[in-house]
Design a protein around this ligand. Structure first.
Ligand code: FAD
Length: 285
């Protein structure tokens, strides 16, 4: 892994806005984050196609603003033809980077319709477009909820890499040792793509707990206890969250993490302050 001091990669994730007001707000968010000279923005995709148009429109909006943009693409229950059509669209828009996922099963749709995994999607992208796209995949330092063990989870991760993934972004975590352990195990297994830590800024207690329970991210007891203590103090929680996540990011970069990927939830404040705390503003100079 590169030493701290080299220019770490920086990326920020958005979801497709659901209204004109949301789209206008996202334009302001990118203006604020542009000051950090991000390497790219990414935009999520609802598995099952629920945001197919929304993702494409958001990618078009970001591209029109001159931003390097990576659409997420979830295989869900999509046919090969549907995936190929999306890849054609993205290629014609000038997109050359994709985050390839299995996708979360939307409520009301049985797992039976979601048999394909991200490995199959990576294979489809390579089959259709050769090396045109840089492919990012997801990684789970704390083990995916479907993972039977750390070893089997790593094996499925390795299969995505063998299918053609170039780099990975992790699920968020608050224990950096989970990340160090994962990277060490990748190295021992000969999996040598860069693994970028996914960072979730902390701005609300209930939201974080609900989100984390759903996606299998661990909020350690010490952190829960601190956050609970800010029940009536939103500003205090925000300040504590920024300080805690800044320290986490500093640890990760100091230990050689190649960059950071922020789950912004379409907001700029906490992500930008954390990057400023890390000295990542004006990092291109
Ligand atoms: P996979 O890598 O296919 O599999 C996940 C886990 O399932 C593996 O770790 C392994 O434990 C197990 N597994 C895989 N293959 C097999 C197999 N053949 N047999 C048995 N077990 C297997 N979701 C969305 O819907 N839209 C998004 O835009 C989105 N963006 C994301 C971005 C990032 C950076 C991350 C980390 C997650 C994102 N997700 C998104 C969530 C993701 O789709 C879910 O975590 C989903 O449950 C798994 O997706 P995956 O691509 O990791 O799947």
């Amino acid at each position: 892994m590169p030493e701290r001091g080299q220019r770490p990669r920086l990326s920020f994730e958005f979801f497709p806005p659901r209204s004109e007001q949301g789209a206008a707000s996202l334009a302001r968010v990118t203006q604020k984050l542009d000051e950090l000279q991000p390497d790219f923005y990414s935009c999520t995709y609802g598995a099952g196609g629920s945001t197919r148009d929304g993702t494409k429109e958001t990618v078009a909006q970001l591209r029109a603003g001159g931003h390097v943009t990576a659409p997420h693409l979830s295989i869900g229950a999509d046919s090969e033809e549907t995936t190929f059509a999306m890849l054609e669209d993205y290629r014609s828009m000038g997109v050359d980077r994709i985050v390839a996922l299995r996708g979360d099963v939307p409520s009301g749709i049985g797992r039976a319709r979601f048999r394909a995994n991200a490995e199959a999607l990576v294979g489809r992208i390579r089959k259709h477009s050769g090396d045109h796209f840089h492919i990012e995949v997801a990684a789970y330092p704390e083990v995916h909820p479907d993972g039977k063990s750390p070893a089997s989870d790593l094996e499925f991760f390795q299969r995505k890499v063998d299918a053609g993934a170039n780099s990975a972004i992790t699920q968020y975590f608050y224990n950096p040792h989970a990340y160090y352990d994962f990277v060490d195990r990748c190295e021992a297994a000969g999996v040598d793509i860069p693994v970028y830590p996914g960072i979730m800024p902390i701005t609300s207690y209930e939201g974080l707990i609900r989100f984390s329970d759903n996606c299998g991210a661990d909020v350690p007891r010490w952190l829960r206890k601190h956050l609970e203590a800010f029940a009536d103090d939103d500003d205090g929680l925000r300040r504590f969250g920024i300080e805690t996540v800044s320290r986490l990011c500093d640890d990760l970069l100091s230990a050689g993490a190649p960059g950071l990927h922020f789950y912004t939830l379409n907001r700029w404040g906490a992500s930008r302050t954390i990057c400023q705390n890390l000295g990542l503003a004006n990092r291109g100079e």
